[in-house]
Design a protein around this ligand. Structure first.
Ligand code: CA
Length: 366
């Protein structure tokens, strides 16, 4: 079908239902919309502050592209975390229809079900590229959408930071023994694994990390990577910067749309939303890959010392992670359903990536 015919057809068939179903579409607009697409205004609640401009910015990329594709007819206004919805309640707000859509990290909601973490990252999980492969081709989107349907939400990949850094430490970590009793800001499943290794995980919001580290209430903290970490100023108080962030090998951010609002959208707008979300997904990773090496130079110039995590820490963490997943799968049906599909998929991806990708990277990274 020609694109022009498709758009014309979609507009004509949808005008009637659009008149009653769509938020922000007045009767007057709908009545005059025969053959045209309706005007829609949505609100998007982000989990993120504007200061995390790369993550927060993904929602602006989505909104700007939708505005341009639809000649201003489908507009989404983006609200930063806490403006209209608290940052960690975005999922609830979209589920309840308080807002039409949101942008968040699904592992914030592991308290509802640990299975939501597959939509972001689990420790020793997929890289950013592998996550995209799983979501777009490997069954990940279908599996996570089945889970999100229970929360009245349609989810879309909405950005990725790439593998994160492993955190800032006031003292060097030379082996597993140095983690005993160490207080580290590390939330979520990564924190649970750190606890199994003898550390004491803490959950602190972004703004509370620096003062806690400065006064010695915590000994270490993880955040994101050089670009975001530089802004929080950790280099002044904890100079040992570790890699990799094995709990976030390719954490994906997600857009959430209330399922009833999604079902009421004209097909052309659904297509536009999907395209704009995919653009935001690609764009965030590109932005981080551009900004991180520049920030890393600044950090090194400020005296930061880089260290790889000791091998015994990595090995113990990996073992603890998969023990935790097996135990969760044994008692949590939703987790088990995704994990049993995800695990062999991950293993096959690793078998492929360790050939050309890893050997190329190892050779050029000298
Ligand atoms: Ca992190």
């Amino acid at each position: 079908m020609q694109r022009r015919d498709f758009l014309k057809g979609a507009g004509a068939s949808l005008a009637a239902s659009a008149a009653v179903a769509l938020q922000g579409c007045s009767k007057k607009e709908a009545a005059g919309a025969a053959g045209e697409l309706p005007t829609i205004r949505w609100r998007l609640a982000s989990s993120f502050p504007k200061s995390l401009d790369t993550i927060y910015g993904a929602a602006e990329v989505l909104a700007n592209r939708l505005d341009k594709i639809t000649a201003g007819k489908f507009q989404i206004r983006v609200y930063a975390g806490g403006e209209i919805v608290p940052g960690l309640q975005v999922m609830d707000a979209v589920q309840q229809g308080t807002v039409e859509c949101g942008h968040s990290a699904s592992y914030y909601y592991v308290g509802k079900n640990m299975a939501y973490a597959f939509d972001t990252a689990i420790p020793f999980g997929l890289s950013a590229r592998q996550q995209n492969a799983w979501m777009y081709y490997g069954g990940g989107l279908e599996l996570t959408r089945e889970l999100f349907k229970t929360s009245n939400i349609v989810n879309f990949p909405g950005g990725n930071t790439g593998v994160q850094m492993g955190g800032w430490f006031r003292k060097e970590i030379k082996s597993l023994a140095d983690l005993q009793g160490l207080k580290m800001r590390i939330p979520g499943i990564g924190g649970q694994i750190m606890a199994k290794l003898g550390a004491v995980p803490q959950t602190l919001a972004g703004g509370d990390i620096y003062p806690s580290l400065e006064r010695g209430a915590i000994d270490a903290a993880e955040w994101v990577g050089p670009y975001d970490d530089e802004k929080l100023g950790f280099a002044k108080i904890a100079q040992h910067y570790y890699y990799p962030g094995w709990w976030e090998g390719g954490p994906q951010l997600s857009f959430y749309v209330n399922i009833d609002k999604w079902n009421a959208l004209p097909e052309a707008y659904r297509q536009a939303f999907e395209a704009a979300a995919a653009e935001a997904n690609v764009n965030m990773l590109a932005a981080y890959d551009h900004k991180n090496p520049i920030a890393l130079k600044h950090l090194l110039a400020a005296g930061v010392q880089l260290h790889a995590y000791p091998q015994d820490v990595m090995a113990a963490a990996e073992k603890a992670a998969f023990e935790l997943y097996e135990a969760e799968a044994a008692k949590n049906e939703a987790f088990r359903k995704i994990y049993t599909q995800w695990k062999p998929y991950r293993d096959a991806e690793i078998q492929w990536f360790k050939l050309a990708e890893a050997s190329y990277d190892n050779f050029v990274n000298k």
